[in-house]
Design a protein around this ligand. Structure first.
Ligand SMILES: NC(=O)c1ccc[n+]([C@@H]2O[C@H](COP(=O)([O-])OP(=O)(O)OC[C@H]3O[C@@H](n4cnc5c(N)ncnc54)[C@H](O)[C@@H]3O)[C@@H](O)[C@H]2O)c1
Length: 290
């Protein structure tokens, strides 16, 4: 009986609720595509007209938004790296969007931050909004090469600024979008989760890179060594490829390094970054490292 009523409520929400995806790059586009396939009303906003054009052309959004009035869900998916240096964090875009939402956004609506942010960001955004809207961080774990298994719908962590925010996130991400959520005790844990995940990965790769340099300089077959050590049950040394690029791992580990630098005299992440720079020079001695 209750299940039927709940299903009916969800169905009516699907028809009436409006979602705004802000940032239609890899994450935003995939989110919009997923939500549209579920039959939801999705609109989009991006500073890049090509991103809007692509989303409209492929029917993943219904229309381009020109302002922030009248939406029930504001899902922030914009890039958080410095446009001049993609290895460095840059959160100004998120702050300026939220300042606009604070003026135009619908009271009681949900602001979901899917973009990667650093510790303390969500609470600052909540204070800009004066808690007129709910604020949650639901870091994305999207992996383009495994979109089916590790795309939009995969287990994700959620942290709300307040319990009512977390509740609102459950209504949207879990009930409406069917994304399995793991609640954490504070929004700061959610913020740290993403940057720790990516820093961990960064260090694992840097370790493999260090071994590769050692092997190359001491005439040892790296692949042979890797296979040998990985035959032990609890070891998994990764491959060493082209160096750690892209706009996620370097920038996210930099977010954690910035936090670490305020507390500790030295950091394992800093060393990992130096090893990665050395490795890229080792691979390509003509390279100019940023
Ligand atoms: N791509 C991934 O695999 C992945 C996985 C997990 C988390 N993330 C995080 O998600 C966020 C987005 O990543 P992405 O890969 O989709 O980036 P992207 O560069 O593909 O897309 C970002 C989009 O945001 C738009 N944008 C930037 N500033 C804006 C602003 N002020 N207003 C409106 N639009 C703006 C850009 O024009 C672009 O279209 C980042 O924080 C990233 O770290 C990405």
């Amino acid at each position: 009986m209750f299940e039927t009523i709940e299903k009916e409520i969800l169905a009516s929400q699907k028809e009436t609720k409006k979602i705004l995806i802000i940032g239609l790059g890899q994450i935003g586009y995939s989110n919009a595509e997923y939500m549209t396939k579920l039959g939801l009303h999705v609109e989009g906003l991006d500073i890049n007209k090509e991103a809007i054009h692509r989303a409209l052309q492929h029917n993943v959004i219904q229309k381009e938004a020109t302002n922030f009035y009248g939406y029930d869900y504001y899902i922030i998916c914009i890039s958080t790296h410095n446009p001049e240096n993609m290895f460095m964090p840059f959160l100004e875009g998120i702050y300026s969007i939220v300042k606009r939402i604070s003026k135009e956004g619908k009271t009681g609506a949900l602001v979901g931050i899917d973009s990667t942010i650093t510790r303390g960001t969500s609470k600052k955004l909540e204070s800009i909004l004066g808690h007129r809207l709910h604020v949650v961080h639901v870091p994305h774990r999207f992996y383009i090469h495994e979109k089916e298994t590790h795309g939009v719908n995969q287990p994700r962590v959620v942290g709300g600024c307040r319990p009512c925010c977390t509740e609102a996130a459950f209504g949207f991400y879990q009930k409406m979008l069917k994304i399995p959520l793991q609640t954490v005790n504070s929004v700061e844990i959610a913020e740290m989760t993403k940057i720790v995940e990516n820093s961990y990965r960064f260090m694992e790769i840097a370790f493999a890179e260090e071994l590769k340099i050692i092997c190359d300089r001491t005439n040892i077959d790296f692949e042979g060594l890797r296979q040998a050590v990985n035959s032990k049950w609890n070891i998994n040394v990764l491959e060493a490829k082209e160096g750690i690029g892209g706009h996620c791992l370097p920038k996210d580990s930099q977010m954690l390094l910035n936090i670490s630098n305020e507390i500790l005299p030295y950091s394992i992440i800093e060393t990992a970054k130096k090893i990665d720079s050395n490795y890229r020079l080792h691979k390509n001695p003509k390279l100019e490292i940023q």
